[in-house]
Design a protein around this ligand. Structure first.
Ligand code: CP3
Length: 349
């Protein structure tokens, strides 16, 4: 299926684009009343994610309603632990909880490598339906959590400010940590490949808890496994988003991926200098900027676009959109990117 709007893919590959493509992390769900209407008919998030027709419907909602240049499949990074034998629950207003966690060798031995086709068939089916219904309008992004971020949830059992249980294992039993990280990595590679086979046009790896490690541990326990994933995925462009890992930017230039995501703490010019010209940069407006009056959102968005210039860039926020943001504010951001980035390019000729 030929894509009618392939701006995202061309920008990821470093090809020329007429304007900067734009999408939002966590665009599917949460902010849209249309999403809540679908979700409220079911028992909750997990049932929705496991019902392919409905997952496809909410994946496409932001394309229709917000006008983004890509869809991202509606699922969660925590489907991987579940497929490895560690199920999760989604507690209303609190987030994910794992009734069982990994702390001993026995816990580790009870896990298995996820079998994408049999354990995660519902995600693959949702991707196939979404591709069919998108009918080439925009590309579809597949995703997974980075091994380190998944490890955090599997050891800690829930979100945390410090993830001290997860980080404790790096000091007390680094070999066990490596075994778990390796099993997650192998599961993730197979899962991303299955998503691509089902139709994903680009994949993103989310390392949401990158920023809680120091530079050496980040290299040793996270980047190493992300690099394995990047080396294994050769079929489509890969984006790596390591939130908070400003200290690892110069190492990221060596990753075998097309795009590096920036959060809003990462200065654009120094990021470009550290990461180099051979990668596309994605991001990085502060999600909180979308609480501002429209005129301020326009100003902040234009400033961001001026700083990225007309080089390799995919516009996004510096992290997922916050659930209480007004969708109309999101539209101001998206429309400003579309109009102003086209203007910047036509001024170049
Ligand atoms: O639009 C999209 O980006 C696609 C779907 C998507 C979800 N989660 C759906 C979801 C994606 C890409 C994710 C990634 C994810 N999940 C990350 C990495 C990105 C990031 O934000 O750092 C992480 C850390 C998780 C784990 C997770 N899932 C948490 C902490 C929570 C609870 C808090 C929250 O974000 O709402 C979830 C639940 C979740 N995942 C929801 C959605 C739409 C909300 C569930 C609901 O109430 O409907």
């Amino acid at each position: 299926m030929e894509l009618q709007n392939d701006l995202l893919i061309r920008a990821a590959k470093g090809e020329k684009v007429e304007r900067t493509p734009v999408w939002l992390m966590r665009q599917a769900g949460r902010i849209l009343p249309e999403y809540r209407a679908v979700r409220n008919k079911l028992s909750g998030f997990i049932e929705l994610a496991q019902t392919p027709e409905l997952a496809a419907e909410v994946t496409i909602q932001p394309v229709d309603i917000l006008g983004v240049d890509a869809a991202i499949i509606f699922s969660d990074i925590l489907v991987i632990p579940e497929a490895m034998g560690l199920p999760y629950e989604m507690v209303e207003k609190k987030g994910p909880r794992f009734p069982k966690t990994i702390s001993t060798d026995e816990d580790l031995k009870a896990l298995k490598k996820a079998d994408a086709k049999s354990d995660l068939g519902y995600v693959l089916e949702a991707i196939k339906i979404t591709k069919k219904e998108l009918n080439g309008r925009v590309p579809l992004i597949g995703f997974a959590g980075a091994p380190w971020t998944i490890f955090c949830y599997m050891v800690e059992g829930h979100g945390s400010k410090t993830f001290s249980k997860a980080r404790r294992m790096l000091y007390n039993d680094p070999l066990m940590a490596d075994q778990l990280l390796k099993l997650i990595t192998d599961s993730t590679i197979e899962y991303l490949k299955a998503q691509i086979e089902a139709g994903a046009d680009l994949v993103q790896v989310f390392d949401s808890w990158a920023g809680i490690l120091g530079p050496e541990q980040y290299q040793r326990f996270s980047m190493k496994y992300i690099a394995e994933i990047c080396d294994a995925i050769t079929e489509v462009p890969v984006t790596v988003f390591s939130k908070g890992a400003y200290f690892a930017r110069s190492e990221m230039r060596h990753l075998n991926c097309e795009t590096i995501g920036l959060d809003w703490n990462m200065d654009i010019q120094s990021s470009r200098r550290l990461i180099g010209e051979n990668k596309t940069l994605q991001g990085n407006l502060d999600p909180c900027a979308l609480y501002a009056p429209d005129i301020e959102i326009e100003k902040a968005t234009k400033k961001m676009l001026d700083e990225f210039g007309t080089g390799r860039h995919i516009a996004n926020l510096g992290h997922g959109v916050y659930p209480d943001i007004d969708p109309n504010k999101v539209k101001v951001f998206i429309n400003t990117v579309k109009e102003y980035s086209a203007k910047l390019r036509s001024a170049e000729i």
